[in-house]
Write a protein that binds this ligand. Structure first.
Ligand SMILES: C[S@@+](CC[C@H](N)C(=O)[O-])C[C@H]1O[C@@H](n2cnc3c(N)ncnc32)[C@H](O)[C@@H]1O
Length: 199
């Protein structure tokens, strides 16, 4: 079964335990304190693997001009409904292949990196590099931290070092806060922000 069909089937069955029914609480808290999330200003944001769009909607309501992309056609209706009031774009397609969009000031990853196959992690890095402006940031909610690879996936366990490897030498970790836990989630998470290495 193609990967997109497998994700689509989960949405059609309503078997989506990853969906918090709201934006990630850490994102909500940070947006309330600082809508720019530590960047120079509120700008354009790409949300890959956006699911039903809670995080994308929170960013849009904070003033970000959002592009939400997901591979599962079943989420299109939810994304359009959730984002219709804001200046947002919805794309159904492969986030790792996205090209004719951006560049963006922010790429926001929450449970997308952990959802992709391990061999695709380098492609996540090249997508971020391709999609970000020179001064842009990747924010990745690193989760599930500590989940053994022997447990399988998705979600595949990962840590900050796996994002560093995917991004390569061109990026550095600007901010890290963790390890924190959300009620109902077994593994901790960390909030990380990555920027391009200065030349
Ligand atoms: C674990 S879910 C997380 C969804 C959302 N970020 C959330 O927190 O509710 C992973 C999402 O990534 C999507 N996805 C998986 N591979 C993808 C790809 N290559 N391109 C775009 N979306 C993808 C799935 O359809 C699914 O919506």
């Amino acid at each position: 079964m193609p990967e997109s069909d497998a994700w689509n089937a989960r949405y059609e069955l309503g078997s989506i335990p990853w969906d918090l029914g709201r934006a990630h609480p850490e994102l909500e808290t940070r947006l309330a304190l600082d809508p720019s999330l530590g960047l120079a200003a509120v700008g354009t944001a790409l949300v890959p693997g956006a699911g039903t769009g809670h995080d994308a909607a929170a960013l849009a309501q904070a003033g970000w001009r959002v592009t939400a992309i997901d591979i599962a056609p079943a989420v299109e209706g939810a994304l359009l409904r959730r984002l219709e009031a804001d200046r947002a774009s919805v794309v159904i397609g492969d986030s790792l292949e996205i090209e004719n969009a951006g560049p963006f000031d922010l790429v926001f990853d929450h449970t997308f990196f952990c959802a992709i196959d391990l061999e695709n992690r380098p492609r996540f890095g090249t997508m971020v590099d391709r999609m970000l402006t020179r001064a842009g940031s990747l924010i990745s909610v690193v989760f599930p931290i500590g989940k053994p690879m022997s447990d399988g996936g998705p979600p595949w366990g990962f840590d900050t070092g796996d994002i560093a490897n995917a991004l390569g030498e061109g990026f550095v970790l600007e901010e890290e806060a963790g390890h924190m836990r959300l009620a109902g989630r077994r593994w901790p998470y960390a909030w990380t922000r990555w920027v391009r290495r200065s030349e």
